[in-house]
Write a protein that binds this ligand. Structure first.
Ligand code: ADP
Length: 335
């Protein structure tokens, strides 16, 4: 009788669920670290997405799968970004909700708390992180390493930065499509010499197109932070986004609601300009935490334009405090 591939797949998944990631205290399947699991004849193939400090889990996988009497060999493709412990994505359902602002400020807040931080601006449609950190056009250096030629990230305000915007001509749209886009993105994920990083934050393009899917599939993202504005129409865009992460198996770490309210400078009252409740509704639906609600603050906008993130310049302001609080929560989860 032919073996049933589905029951073998289930059997393998159950065994893999016995491998627990010690810091996150969850199994490697639920954490989205195992992807592309295929069983062909009596061979198991899988991709294992890990941070630079998690190599010991590879042996544990080999060990749990060795109990399968039918398996002749397990082929594990290790996918990692050299030197990088934790890779997180920042995503949104659509543009203009403050995704890049959130990515920059969380990166800055993590840096202030002592972490080594890198920021990969992969927003091919609007790569404006260099400007938000105060960099104009800059030449990216390429260095020769034993592993081949690598891009050297820029270092600004203590944060290592690589941006697709730095490869483009100023004021010209990035018109990459299909295979070229795929190639550039995979190069960005594999060919940057980050050095040692505690966190690499990837600012994804908004929505769920080719570029997003390539990045999410090809990188060891261990969680995604979703940014939304409070109105209910924004929430339905985020739902589509979530579907993409779920398909790949990347966990949603939490939701950041941006532009939640405006504080009156005279009386301190809060006005919910864009409605209210969207972030809470989404958090309840996803059973993911609402990491923070960021007020509308003109200093966020001017700081973004001039390269001064509010998490650095006004860390005790309402908005600054939310970013500090998110960085603290991330550190509590991952270290
Ligand atoms: P996205 O990355 O989602 O396209 P951005 O982060 O580029 O959005 O933000 C869009 C614009 O809105 C920027 O000019 C930014 O400075 C501004 N902005 C974002 N969040 C706020 C906020 N809470 N208060 C004031 N301005 C904000």
């Amino acid at each position: 009788m032919q073996p049933n591939p589905d029951s073998r797949q289930q059997e393998v998944i159950q065994l893999l669920k016995q491998v627990i990631e010690p810091t996150l205290k969850n199994d490697i399947v639920s954490l989205g670290m195992v992807r592309n699991l295929r069983i062909v004849d009596d061979y198991i193939y899988l991709r294992f997405y890990i941070g630079s400090h998690q190599h010991q889990l590879h042996k544990e996988i080999q060990s749990v799968l060795s109990s399968l009497s039918w398996c002749k060999k397990t082929y594990i493709q290790l996918c990692t970004i050299p030197g990088v412990k934790i890779t997180l994505a920042v995503s949104s359902g659509k543009g203009g909700v403050g995704k890049s602002t959130t990515a920059v400020n969380i990166a800055a807040a993590l840096k202030l708390q002592g972490a080594k931080v890198g920021l990969l601006d992969a927003d091919v449609y609007g790569p404006n992180i260099p400007q938000m950190l105060g960099i104009g056009q800059a030449d990216i250096q390429v260095i020769h390493t034993p592993a081949g030629e690598k891009f050297l990230p820029l270092e600004i305000q203590g944060i290592k930065l690589m941006s697709v915007g730095l490869l483009a001509e100023p004021n010209r749209p990035l018109a990459w499509r299909g295979p070229v886009l795929h190639k550039i993105i995979t190069q960005f994920l594999q060919d940057v010499e980050w050095g040692e990083l505690d966190y690499l934050l990837i600012d994804l393009p908004p929505g769920t197109g080719d570029a997003q899917i390539t990045i999410v599939q090809e990188s060891p993202i261990c969680g995604v932070i979703l940014v939304t504005t409070p109105q209910l129409v924004a929430i339905s865009d985020v739902r589509r986004n979530i579907h993409m992460f779920r398909q790949v198996g990347v966990p949603v770490l939490g939701i950041v609601e941006n532009m939640s309210y405006l504080i009156c400078s005279d009386c301190g009252s809060r006005t919910p300009i864009f409605g209210s409740g969207g972030g809470e509704k989404l958090a309840a639906e996803l059973q993911a935490p609402l990491l923070g609600q960021i007020p509308i603050d003109p200093r966020i906008c001017s700081g973004g334009d001039t390269g001064h993130p509010i998490a650095v310049t006004n860390s005790t302001s309402g908005a600054g405090e939310v970013f500090v609080q998110i960085a603290t929560a991330l550190n509590a989860t991952f270290t």
